[in-house]
Design a protein around this ligand. Structure first.
Ligand SMILES: [Zn+2]
Ligand SMILES: [Zn+2]
Length: 277
């Protein structure tokens, strides 16, 4: 299984030279195995798709939720404009609106010139919450997790490895911080023993104090969460757009000291590819 990090920036795209090492584009990750592809989220990082050689009749996009930084790239996703191309979109609905209706709010004027219904491709919508399903040979489990609005995380099982994806997640939200009882930890079932957990690590602990309830995690909480869920590696992502490359380097120098004995971590960088057995 190969994990391609196409967009690891949180909240909104950055443009200045000071953020280009870790990456400017918002959430999008591709999972590739046996020539089959899954696209997780459709932030501006989905532009990397246009540079890969893709000719399959069907493509699948799995959306964790519909905040703009996770769907912004949809309007520029080239398969949308190819007649006969099958595009399957998986994601959460609300109690009153279908997934299609929710996405139409972005893919319609005045926010976007082309209406969703006028796209020439063959579009299929799959509404999911707590679910188990298969796409080609991938086995996927989705669970609702803590973040404003309906939001799910994904556990993707390939031939020999497990990748869990939770770019926006605040498991420490609550009066007593991180819950330690596995029964009540947000997303525990889909993170447990994963080979790699891709997780929200938007803030430092100090920044998090003023941003509780915004839906994101401190780096320290993300590391604690990974340990509680016994994951083998954690990829720390959804970097705050206010953090320059220099600031991120400094932040992670300090983290190195406090993370002794915790789960092995890597800091997600746009463009990086990770090979799992
Ligand atoms: Zn986000
Ligand atoms: Zn979000």
């Amino acid at each position: 299984m190969k994990i391609k990090l196409c967009g690891v920036r949180g909240s909104f795209q950055t443009s200045d030279a000071e953020t280009k090492t870790f990456g400017t584009r918002t959430s999008c990750t591709m999972v590739v195995e046996d020539g089959e592809l899954l696209i997780l989220d459709a932030g501006s990082g989905i532009q990397h798709f246009n540079s890969i050689n893709f000719s399959a009749k069907r493509v699948d996009i799995l959306l964790t939720h519909l905040h703009m930084d996770h769907i912004l790239g949809l309007g520029f996703f080239s398969p949308f404009f190819i007649p006969e191309q099958e595009v399957h979109i998986w994601g959460p609905k609300t109690s009153s609106q279908s997934l299609r209706t929710r996405l139409s709010r972005y893919l319609s004027p005045p926010l976007f010139p082309v209406l969703l219904r006028d796209l020439p491709c063959n579009l299929f919508f799959h509404e999911i919450g707590n679910a188990e399903f298969e796409i080609n040979h991938f086995k996927i489990k989705s669970n609702y997790i803590i973040h404003p609005g309906p939001t799910i995380g994904f556990r993707v099982t390939g031939n020999h490895s497990v990748f869990t994806y939770m770019p926006d997640h605040e498991p420490a939200l609550g009066r007593n911080g991180m819950i330690r009882n596995p029964k009540w930890i947000s997303g525990f079932d889909i993170a447990l023993n994963a080979d790699i957990l891709y997780h929200d690590a938007q803030y430092t602990s100090e920044e998090y104090q003023g941003k509780k309830g915004w839906g994101h995690s401190s780096i320290e909480d993300a590391l604690q969460y990974a340990s509680l869920c016994k994951v083998k590696n954690i990829l720390l992502a959804h970097h705050d757009p206010a953090h320059s490359d220099d600031q991120l380097e400094k932040i992670y120098l300090n983290i190195k000291v406090i993370s002794e004995g915790l789960t092995h971590y890597e800091v997600a960088k746009e463009g990086n590819e990770i090979d799992l057995p």
